[in-house]
Design a protein around this ligand. Structure first.
Ligand SMILES: [Zn+2]
Length: 699
């Protein structure tokens, strides 16, 4: 300790207390870097040597394990600043204060306060008096140098990494399926199961050309796929899980499987809230790409071909994901539809019918990731039409008048509530001011009173901050309801909305824009029918139920003419006969599709046409059992009698089953003995030709 150091410490400093600020930014540092903690506490000895009694050296260490990103969350640091600001501190002790002073704004501010209150700074290098020009200069210089040091260190580290990477020698944690051997070369994982899984993945993609189909194939065969844990307590371990779509895409896009060395495919970017975002760069911005650097699972040519295939299918399939701006294409609700089953956003898929494109709304996010079937799929044409109708109905000048009046009412009430909340803030501010004045008036020597008043002041300040925050939050929430701009646009739209909507010259894209102005979202649920929950901007709900749309074959064949014809033919014919009659006639469907008995039956059911069975029953015909009972014979005998013309019957289905006419009073009777033998009766019958009565009489 030099004599100069001692000169800086005066009696006025010694009269006040010493504060040792101990800081470790992360919990890990607290545990692992005990050396630095020891050094920090050793500073206390220095303070004792300078003349502070041990009991007046306060240790501020409540920030252990807290990141130093900002002073807001660090209670200890704030306490320190408070003590210095009140002029209670004679000296502040800390490790590397001089370094922190430059690149940490909080410390810089603390130094300024130290200068104002004549407080000294002590770190391992010595004692500084921030009020002193030379010491300020020194602190500044040390700060700049430490910043430069950091910069050089980082640049050297980065430079080393880059030059190593450019030579292809940098060891980067390999993806699953590749490992470094003892010579530091990247080779295929010696674990055969891992190797085979990867080979199977690439092979399946080669065969199917789709990541989705690859996931499905693994799922169908109940095959698990290896994954290496990148973080957590089991970091680096291999786990076997179900193959996922995103994982498949990652593997297919990773050039390392093609034996290429790559570096700098992604870049991190700091976000405003302190988080970090990962950006994937296009290939021409990669830092290093060395094809053929090591062995791989596929050739570079195949890798490139895979990229092309993936790009093509991405363009075909991946467009309409998420809530996205309106695009071309007729799907009115694109980007607004929410799945009523799982709550995910539904996407649009088009299919072609005749010459125009028909939208389907599909919930496929979960299905894609796990290779399962889709959550639900709903044909969109009917829904678009119904929602359009709903809008035209809802957007009348009268309805709008009412809506706007309600809106105005709401707005004025919002204003009222806002004024009330503002009053709350004002009140909190008044109370805080009062507490401050009380505290400032008290005699500083009256420590007990002063302490309790100070605590009171702090409480009031906290309450004020809370009230202010709540006020701002509510204001934001209120504003979120409906902006002025949106309101005026809705007004302008309403005057000629129906005309504009129905005008065939209005492009799909414009119609979609109108929908977006008016609707928040639309939730679809498919059950026995389709339920459509429409949520308007501003919170009004409306629900529609629509029948399930007809299948393709139903739409093709069920013109009223065909239904009427089937109805007529049912009087005389079975489904199969009707199908062949229709096919022979002029009722072939436009696409050349023939009717089948199955289609006829479904049309019959759908349009509630009475079946042939019912028609015959209604005309009084009897079932096999009934007539057997009536005649007192067994059913097989009824059939035999029918086959030989003794009973009149009509087939009612394509299996040849019959209903029987009531034989009336001249019913044939069963005969006993020889004369009753069928052959004899038939002989008699043929002799008597048409005179059945005679036969029956004889019997
Ligand atoms: Zn769903």
């Amino acid at each position: 300790m030099t004599s100069e150091t001692h000169q800086k410490v005066t009696a006025s400093h010694l009269k006040r207390d010493a504060y040792l600020y101990v800081r470790q930014s992360t919990l890990r540092q607290v545990f692992e870097n005990t050396e630095s903690t020891k050094r920090q506490y050793a500073l206390r000895e220095r303070a004792v040597a300078l003349g502070w009694p041990l009991e007046r050296i306060h240790v501020v260490d409540s920030d252990l394990g807290q990141s130093g990103a900002s002073a807001v969350d660090r209670e200890g640091f704030q306490k320190l600043v408070g003590e210095v600001g009140m002029g209670r501190a004679g000296i502040v002790l800390g490790l590397e204060v001089s370094r922190l002073a430059r690149n940490c704004m909080d410390w810089h501010r603390l130094l300024e306060i130290c200068a104002l209150t004549d407080t000294l700074i002590l770190d391992e290098d010595g004692v500084y008096d921030p009020a002193h020009f030379n010491d300020r200069l020194l602190l500044g210089l040390k700060g700049t140098m430490s910043e430069a040091e950091l910069h050089v260190l980082r640049a050297r580290l980065r430079g080393g990494i880059l030059s190593k990477a450019r030579r292809g020698e940098l060891m980067i944690p390999p993806p699953v399926g590749l490992v470094y051997n003892s010579e530091g070369e990247l080779v295929l994982d010696p674990d055969q199961q891992v190797q085979q899984s990867l080979r199977l993945l690439f092979e399946t993609f080669r065969r199917t050309g789709s990541a989705m189909a690859t996931v499905k194939a693994f799922r169908r065969q109940a095959l698990l796929f290896p994954r290496r844990l990148r973080a957590g307590p089991h970091q680096g371990e291999l786990v076997w899980t179900q193959l996922r779509h995103s994982q498949t895409l990652r593997i297919l896009h990773n050039p390392r499987y093609a034996g290429a060395f790559v570096f700098g495919r992604s870049r991190t970017q700091k976000k405003v809230d302190g988080g970090v975002r990962l950006l994937w760069l296009p290939r021409d911005q990669w830092d290093t790409l060395i094809p053929g650097a090591h062995t791989g699972y596929l050739s570079w040519e195949e890798y490139e071909a895979n990229q092309r295939r993936l790009r093509e299918s991405a363009q075909a399939q991946g467009a309409d994901r998420r809530k996205s701006p309106p695009r071309e294409g007729p799907a009115l609700l694109q980007g607004l539809v929410v799945c009523g089953v799982c709550g995910n956003r539904m996407t649009v898929r088009y299919h072609t019918r005749g010459s125009h494109r028909c939208p389907d709304y599909v919930c496929q996010r979960q299905g894609i990731e796990h290779g399962e079937s889709n959550c639900q799929m709903i044909p969109g044409a009917g829904i678009d039409q119904a929602v359009g109708g709903l809008l035209v109905e809802a957007i009348t000048p009268l309805a709008l008048e009412v809506a706007l009046r309600v809106q105005q009412e709401l707005q004025s009430r919002l204003g009222e509530a806002d004024r009330l909340r503002q009053k709350q803030v004002e009140r909190a501010r008044y109370e805080a001011d009062l507490a401050q004045r009380r505290y400032l008036r008290v005699d500083p020597d009256h420590r007990l009173v002063a302490d309790s008043l100070e605590a009171d002041w702090n409480d009031k300040l906290r309450a004020l901050a809370g009230a202010q925050q709540e006020y701002e939050r509510q204001r934001q929430a209120d504003r979120g309801l409906l902006t002025d701009e949106e309101r005026s646009r809705i007004l302008a739209l309403a005057t000629d909305f129906p005309r504009l909507w129905r005008d065939p010259k209005t492009p799909d894209r414009e119609r979609k824009r109108m929908v977006r102005l008016l609707l928040e979202d639309v939730t679809l649920l498919r059950g026995g029918q389709i339920t459509v929950h429409v949520r308007f901007k501003g919170g009004v709900h409306q629900s529609l139920t629509l029948p399930l749309p007809l299948n393709a074959w139903q739409q093709r064949t069920t013109s009223t003419e065909v239904v009427a014809e089937i109805d007529r033919l049912l009087d005389q014919h079975t489904d199969r006969q009707i199908a062949s009659i229709l096919n022979a006639g002029s009722y072939q469907s436009g696409e050349g599709q023939l009717f089948s008995p199955h289609i006829v039956a479904r049309i019959r059911h759908r349009y509630g046409l009475k079946s042939r069975f019912h028609r015959l029953r209604e005309s009084g015909m009897l079932t096999l059992k009934e007539i057997a009972k009536l005649l007192g014979i067994t059913p097989p005998w009824v059939k035999i009698w029918k086959d030989h013309g003794l009973l009149a019957a009509q087939t009612y289905n394509d299996k040849g089953e019959c209903l029987y006419e009531h034989p009336g009073k001249n019913a044939p009777r069963k005969m006993q003995g020889l004369a009753g033998k069928l052959s004899d009766r038939l002989r008699l019958l043929s002799m008597a030709s048409n005179r059945t009565e005679e036969v029956q009489c004889e019997a």
